[in-house]
Design a protein around this ligand. Structure first.
Ligand code: PLP
Length: 402
């Protein structure tokens, strides 16, 4: 019996695709340093875990499809604190930012519609687009430009009659790029001019380094009198090192979009209840918890950059935010190199796992020489992992035909 086309087309996650190879390496006794997945090692705030432990009800019941009123209020309060006019009714609690992306896409797109993205982009946008029958129209950004946006005309060139939205992440995964206020304004202006939605994925909002601040889509859309076009994707996964909680948010002042997203939400009944209490506790801790964590990631970024600078021929933009870097390495085929790291390479019984960069592109053939590194390990481990990577590039290049 045949699968559906979507079942056949659905791409495997490039972040997880090589996991069987990593498992095999571990079974051979090799220690694998995971730089492939954005799973932070920083402890979740104990107060959030306590909120789960202290849950009192006798029944773990279904909650409201839009999320518990207290969770929506906590999220709205947090966004108000950033200066944006958001009420609890504008917030839909979702199963991670992932579901918020899916609901946003499916609420505004029909099969065959198009969404503009910037390559390289968060790889799961491809998966959600596949689920929704949406085509991603990719605009290239280049490592040499720090993965910042190209000129307005370049973006406009991919906008067509089926385009429904512009979707971007800033601070960006996998680029680490923080779009400037002018860049976010450009995207909002394009949305206005071409009658589109603009979906800002701000899962890494606080992760901005060197004095930068991420510019929020809601603030810019308000200035441009375009709030009805703006959809914010948010998540507690990274902010509170709580990826397994599966709590995210879709926020919009567009009532029709929110209503459609809610109806999709009713089909999955409700987001997780216990973890919403953890999220509420988390939003009371931002000032205490987040700045030291962001400092820690900044130090890790510097460690990774120091390692990458030791690889002759590597081209890399210094990440301005999030906790990823997408360098171009002089390895020819980075996918084959990533597999080699797990299949063959080991130094003192250790190797490193990275995500091949091509999975962050929609255009076939692009990102072939790139890898994505998630700097989510403690600094001591990162130092070892970067030593391994530097050494592996040498060995790989010595072996491969010129
Ligand atoms: C840019 C971006 N958006 C959304 C997500 C989804 O996160 P979650 O579903 O854990 O909230 C991620 C996860 O890595 C991400 O990097």
């Amino acid at each position: 019996m045949d699968l559906s086309q979507r079942g056949q087309w659905m791409p495997a996650s490039p972040i997880r695709r090589l996991t069987p190879l990593a498992d095999a390496a571990k079974a051979r006794g090799t220690q694998v340093y995971h730089l492939n997945i954005g799973q932070p090692d920083i402890p979740t705030p104990p107060e959030m875990l306590d909120a789960i432990r202290n849950f009192q009800s006798q029944v773990l019941a279904y909650g409201p499809s839009a999320g518990l009123p207290e969770t929506r209020a906590a999220m709205a309060g947090y966004l108000q604190g950033l200066g944006w006019s958001v009420a609890a009714r504008d917030v839909l609690v979702t199963e991670g930012g992932s579901e918020a992306i899916l609901f946003a896409m499916i609420a505004i797109c029909d099969p065959g519609d198009e969404i503009v993205v910037f390559e390289p982009f968060y790889t799961n946008y491809s998966g959600f687009a596949c689920m929704c029958g949406v085509t991603l129209k990719a605009v290239e950004t280049r490592v040499e430009d720090g993965y910042h946006l190209p000129a307005r005309e370049v973006i406009e060139a991919v906008i067509g009659p089926r385009t429904r939205a512009i979707l971007y992440s800033s601070p960006g995964n996998p680029t680490g790029t923080v779009f400037t206020p002018a860049e976010v304004r450009l995207l909002v202006d394009l949305a206005v001019q071409h009658d589109l939605f603009v979906i800002g994925d701000e899962a890494y909002r606080e992760f901005a380094y060197d004095g930068l601040t991420a510019t929020g889509v809601l603030g810019v859309a308000a200035q441009a009198d375009a709030l009805d076009r703006a959809i914010l994707i948010d998540s507690i996964s990274k902010r509170f090192s709580a990826c397994g909680a599966r709590i995210g948010f879709l926020v919009t002042r567009n009532e029709a979009v929110l209503d459609a997203a809610l109806r999709f939400g009713q089909a999955r009944l409700c987001p997780p209840t216990l973890e919403q209490y953890a999220a509420i506790a988390g939003y009371g801790l931002i000032q205490k918890y987040v700045p030291p964590m962001v400092d820690e990631y900044r130090r890790r970024r510097d460690t990774v950059m120091a390692g990458l600078r030791r690889i002759p021929g590597a081209v890399c933009a210094v990440p301005e935010g999030a906790f990823y870097v997408q360098p171009r390495l002089p390895v020819g085929d980075a996918d084959a190199f990533a597999q080699y790291l797990l299949n063959e390479f080991a130094l003192d019984g250790r190797t490193v796992m990275v995500a091949p960069g091509n999975g962050f592109y929609a255009t076939p053939g692009k990102g072939k020489e790139e890898i994505r590194i998630a700097y989510v390990l403690k600094e001591d481990d990162l130092l070892v992992a970067m030593d391994l990577l530097v050494h592996a590039v040498d060995v790989w290049n010595a072996r491969r035909p010129a």
